[in-house]
Design a protein around this ligand. Structure first.
Ligand code: ZN
Length: 426
């Protein structure tokens, strides 16, 4: 009897101290300090690939250092830096089987300023037939890192020009992809293209907390620290602070790092990431995803816009792509019953699951979801200069952060493993 009493007493004490420690570490005051710094005018709206974002990169790095995180394997700092190219069209011309092509029927994807190729250049050849999904097909080849000449059926004449938009997603192509409108498959061809290339660099900020027994299994906590920078003034305000989008998510990432470091019992390796280039087409997460084996990533908690109340009120959030894995259900199970609700995404027609950095990892099979409270249909300051700290509810945001951390405990400890995401290949 005595033994039983002391065991249950011990359990009570353990639960109490656990609850106390999260409340001590994840405080509204600390949440406010980080949030306010990231969203201050000094950070100049944190536009990716501009000098304006550097101060926030330094701030996040300094927080990671203070917490005691380690750089990612192979890096000497928390910055994971990469180069992107911004091509500007100059000219394109050529022939396919002797038929002359003008610049309206040629699009070139390359990091080179000038390109001259013909049938002897060793290019792989392929065609895209009428009725295909042109954008999806070309995107697939852009990821292959090979030199390819794609001839596209002339039924695509009207939409062909839209392919140029895909250049935005090219952070640094390794292969050259040439796309030409042509009724015939090429036997002989000659293509010449010139463009102006601007090179820009950006950095994800990555901090690691190695796992105790399951070091090779990763759990990612992420958000994006870039926003829109300085833009069209609204009244006298031209700095787009992005307090909710996504300084709030980064605040959550830093708080989670702080909490798990203090706890010091994560069996799996935790990777805390502040992505850059989210607003320019998920560029930072694309680079990040190439630097680690997605099969080793057990779960990804991507956090976006948690500073305002959700459509259901306080103490609730939604998980995008809720049914694509059981991550949401696991999170719900881990929070104290009745204290917080993780709902399914109510804005499915907006395809939010595919619009944030989680999508990059989800396409590789990772149970990667975005957790948000943003009322996407009516949020008044979304992508506006008015997205300022004063519009956020720090107490509720603290509650949301604590719920995400608590919801993740079983996964962090290695006891729970969410199901993989299986997306249709596209
Ligand atoms: Zn965002």
């Amino acid at each position: 009897m005595k033994k039983i009493i002391s065991a249950s007493l011990l359990l009570t004490i353990t639960i109490a101290s656990y609850a106390q420690s999260i409340d001590k570490i994840v405080t509204p005051k600390e949440v406010e300090r980080i949030e306010t710094t990231l969203a201050s005018d000094e950070m100049l709206g944190r536009k990716a690939f501009t000098p304006g974002i550097e101060k926030s990169a330094d701030f996040i790095s300094a927080e990671f250092k203070k917490i005691g995180l380690q750089p990612m394997q192979g890096l000497t700092s928390f910055r994971q830096t990469f180069e992107i190219i911004r091509p500007r069209f100059v000219s394109a011309s050529g022939t396919i089987n002797g038929e002359v092509k003008d610049n309206k029927s040629i699009i070139v994807f390359t990091a080179s300023p000038s390109l001259t190729v013909n049938e002897n250049s060793g290019y792989k050849k392929t065609t895209i037939a009428a009725g295909s999904n042109l954008n999806a097909e070309v995107s697939k080849y852009l990821k292959s890192n090979e030199n390819i000449l794609i001839t596209v059926d002339t039924s695509f004449t009207k939409t062909f020009g839209n392919l140029a938009a895909l250049k935005r997603a090219l952070y640094n192509p390794l292969g050259n992809v040439i796309v030409v409108l042509s009724p015939t498959e090429p036997t002989t061809f000659s293509i010449k293209a010139e463009q102006e290339i601007t090179k820009l660099t950006g950095s994800n900020i990555v901090g690691v907390l190695p796992g105790k027994s399951k070091k090779e299994e990763y759990v990612i906590f992420s958000g994006h620290y870039d926003h829109l920078g300085i833009g069209k003034p609204e009244g006298t305000d031209s700095i787009y602070n992005g307090a909710n989008d996504d300084a709030a998510g980064i605040t959550a990432v830093i708080m989670a790092a702080k909490y798990y470091k203090a706890l010091g019992n994560n069996e799996r390796t935790l990777v805390f990431v502040a992505f850059t280039g989210e607003e320019s087409g998920l560029l930072g997460s694309q680079f990040f995803s190439r630097k680690l084996n997605a099969k080793q990533v057990v779960a990804m908690f991507n956090i976006e816009m948690i500073g305002t109340e959700s459509k259901w009120g306080k103490a609730s959030a939604y998980v995008t792509g809720y049914n694509m894995s059981d991550l949401g259900k696991i999170m719900q199970k881990n929070v104290k019953e009745g204290s917080f609700t993780f709902y399914d995404d109510p804005y499915t027609t907006m395809r939010l699951f595919f619009r944030s950095d989680n999508a990059t990892l989800a396409r590789l099979g990772v149970p990667a979801h975005t957790i948000s409270t943003s009322k996407m249909d009516v949020e008044p300051f979304y992508h506006k200069a008015g997205d300022e700290v004063k519009t956020l509810d720090m107490d509720n945001m603290t509650t949301v952060i604590k719920a995400i951390i608590t919801g993740a405990t079983g996964i962090v400890s290695g006891k729970e493993t969410p199901t993989r995401v299986a997306l249709p290949t596209q």
